[in-house]
Design a binder for this molecule. Structure first.
Ligand code: B12
Ligand code: SF4
Length: 636
């Protein structure tokens, strides 16, 4: 009699795309190389979405004997609920868990989660195969990186040395199987998203990151021929979006070759449409070369280049073992890319251990000074079970306090949120150098800097004031004081609404994000949510901005400056190109031309036909490419 196995790797629903499951496919396909596994097992189902658990159990064709789940921070609680339900209905079914969310430090993990039977740590394709060959809990306890309720010691997993021993889920036809099952089941075509790996591991050791763990320090590569064939498949199968797992795109010379194949593929079929990569931190020249391959070909595979820094404070970087590109190289690269018309964006984390409110603000200003004009994201610091920063010693050493709060997932649809099994994380609420109050205040500084400068709502005004000696951070500080003074009730209300919502995440465990009128059933990221509101009340916004200038910077309180700022923030309800008239001093300052008549245009706005599409493009999907910003030219 065969053993029925179910594979589970679920993600949240984001828009229409479905995710093809990479990690669990690897595990299964590797195990299937064992003749015993091949003969003994029958693949009952592959679960890739957070389905209704009871309905799914009711719909199964047979009783599952083994369920293998891939666990990430975004599906751990769901997987627990699924495992409990399986345990209740099929008590003899063996539930196996693996993946980044399975702690490599907790020998009691299975004893403390008795709805799981086996936990497999690290990559560990070899142990998974042997577990499937022998499901006896006492025997498998001796395998490296395998935990059961009988485990008394923790053995660490070894690395997989030759990645090409793992069959490709693409080339083996495994994904074709899932896609045709969906086609049959739902009688429609879906857009599929591929998670794609060309290499594993990372030579860096950032403490806040799962991959910063020593375990992942050596890099291993997939064979180039295999990758080339996979690209062909993605191109032929019209894969819209490819999420590349590699931690440093551009770290190796071969990344340029792979990029060229992706460019060629898109030129021949139009697919893959988007390739989402994490750029190498310290290989600026190669990164520029790779970006230009795409840019010059006009294939638009990459959506900008991220210069992730996490912090700009040297002492903080040392504590978290983070190495950033040098200051001068970053400035040069950002300048070069800006001149080529390639958007860049930067990611920071707040509050990093050792960071203070003051050093955080200094870092934000430094970033603007370095030439980051396009986009900035500030992520809340969270502790994960395998990241060095999540370990008790590190936590104690840096006075880290954390609270169990929902995962910082934004843009969840609220209708999903109704029955949603909330995933939780340990979000850092204070450190030895930043009190909880500082943490909230830091989020508000980042909030207004992004809204005003990086979403454009006061971008031109701030640029003008900068030339008068007012730095962007001084402007933001003054803005926050203005909001707190309640002089402008409309602005104060917005300021406190955001602050209150962020604080409620920490105090009451509420979901991150915020619903806004006419923003659909979506929990918007806070800066986006404020932008949606400002968009809906543009005239009120201009009045408030002018009044703020009159109060604090009277010499720059010019209606034409505020109006110019507004004109540069794209609005789908306007007709483009727009002809505008500028006073000579503004024209000279912003365009370099001593003229009055200009044309304002936006390359994509003609494709927008609904408010919802506009809001999502401007303040969600294409925010990192400064979608908000119009172009300005002289009238010819
Ligand atoms: C692709 C990706 C995504 C995709 C996921 C698509 C998908 N279907 O999986 C998307 C874009 C959705 C995503 C989102 C997020 N991500 Co992400 N993402 C990644 C990324 C880049 C690759 C993951 C991957 O597939 N790697 C390749 C596979 C093969 O490796 P692996 O996952 O480690 O799996 C190996 C082993 O762990 C093991 N394994 C895995 N599952 C199982 C199961 C069994 C049974 C066994 C035996 C073994 C096993 O086998 C694999 C090797 O064969 C990683 C970073 C990275 N470079 O790995 C981050 C990473 C997984 N993401 C991370 C985070 C934090 C997030 C976000 C929460 C960020 C945020 N705040 O918004 C969001 C989640 C939002 C949400 N609600 O969904 C963290 C997760 C930490 C954790 N403990 O889970 C990572 C590790 C980044 C990091 N540097 O810390 N992400
Ligand atoms: S943050 Fe990036 S560079 Fe640092 S260890 Fe993680 S994957 Fe490597």
């Amino acid at each position: 009699m065969s053993t029925n196995i179910v594979l589970v790797q679920v993600v949240d629903n984001y828009g229409p795309n479905k995710f093809l499951p990479l990690a669990i496919a690897y595990q299964w396909l590797y195990a299937c190389q064992s003749p015993q596994v091949q003969q003994q097992y029958h693949l009952l189902d592959v679960v890739i979405e957070k389905v209704d658990i009871q309905q799914w159990l009711d719909g199964l064709d047979a009783a599952p004997d083994v369920v293998a789940m891939s666990c990430y921070v975004w599906n751990w609680c769901y997987n627990e609920a699924l495992a409990r339900a399986i345990r209740a209905r099929y008590p003899d079914c063996r539930v196996i868990v693996g993946g980044p969310q399975v702690s490599k430090h907790d020998v009691d993990l299975v004893r403390n989660h008795d709805w799981f039977d086996i936990a497999i740590l690290g990559e560990n394709e070899t142990s998974f195969r042997r577990v499937l060959e022998c499901l006896d809990l006492e025997t498998i306890t001796d395998l490296p990186g395998v935990l059961t309720r009988y485990s008394r010691t923790l053995t660490q997993p070894t690395r997989t040395q030759d990645l090409d021993q793992i069959p490709s889920p693409i080339l083996s036809g495994f994904y074709d199987g899932i896609m045709s099952t969906y086609r049959r089941r739902y009688q429609q075509e879906f857009m599929w998203q591929v998670t794609w790996e060309t290499m594993r591991g990372c030579p860096y050791q950032c403490s806040f990151c799962d991959i910063g763990d020593d375990y992942w320090n050596k890099t291993k590569w997939f064979d180039l021929d295999r990758l080339r064939q996979e690209i062909q498949w993605m191109s032929d199968n019209r894969i819209e979006y490819v999420s590349v797992c590699d931690s440093n795109w551009g770290i190796h010379a071969r990344d340029a070759d792979i990029t060229q194949w992706l460019v060629d593929a898109k030129q021949s079929t139009g697919y893959p449409a988007v390739v989402d990569v994490t750029w190498a931190k310290n290989n600026a020249d190669r990164v520029k070369k790779i970006v230009m391959l795409d840019h010059v070909a006009g294939t638009n595979l990459f959506r900008g280049v991220n210069f992730s820094m996490q912090s700009l404070e040297p002492a903080v970087l040392t504590r978290s073992r983070r190495f950033n590109l040098t200051h001068s190289k970053t400035v040069d690269s950002m300048r070069y890319l800006r001149e080529q018309g390639v958007a860049t964006f930067t990611e920071l984390i707040w509050p990093m251990p050792g960071e203070t409110l003051e050093s955080f603000g200094r870092g934000l200003q430094q970033l603007v000074d370095m030439g980051q004009r396009d986009f900035l994201a500030v992520h809340p610091l969270v502790l994960t079970p395998n990241a060095p920063m999540g370990q008790p010693r590190y936590v104690a050493e840096h006075g880290i306090e954390s609270r169990r709060v929902p995962l910082d997932t934004f843009w969840l649809r609220h209708d999903n949120a109704q029955d949603y099994i909330v995933e939780t994380v340990d979000a850092v609420s204070a450190t030895a150098t930043a009190s909880h109050r500082d943490v909230l205040q830091g989020h508000m500084i980042a909030h207004w800097l992004v809204v005003l400068f990086y979403y454009g709502w006061a971008h031109q005004v701030m640029t003008w004031l900068r030339a008068q000696g007012v730095s962007e951070l001084e402007f933001v500080d003054c803005w926050i004081k203005h909001c707190e003074s309640r002089q402008d009730p409309w602005l104060s209300q917005e300021h406190y609404a955001v602050q209150d919502q962020i604080s409620r995440v920490f105090e009451h465990g509420e979901l991150w994000g915020r619903r806004v009128p006419q923003g659909g059933d979506v929990l918007w990221e806070y800066k986006s949510s404020t932008s949606v509101l400002l968009h809906q009340q543009r005239e009120q916004w201009q009045d408030s901005l002018l009044e703020f200038l009159q109060t604090h910077y009277p010499h720059s309180a010019r209606r034409d400056l505020v109006e110019f700022n507004a004109v540069m923030c794209v609005d789908w309800r306007q007709t483009y190109p727009r002809h505008i008239r500028l006073s000579r001093d503004l024209a000279l300052f912003f365009t370099g031309h001593d003229q009055e008549h200009f044309v304002v245009h936006h390359a994509d706005i003609a494709n927008i036909n609904t408010e919802e599409l506009f809001l999502h493009k401007a303040y969600h999907w294409r925010r990192k490419q400064r979608y908000w910003r119009c172009d300005i030219k002289l009238v010819e």
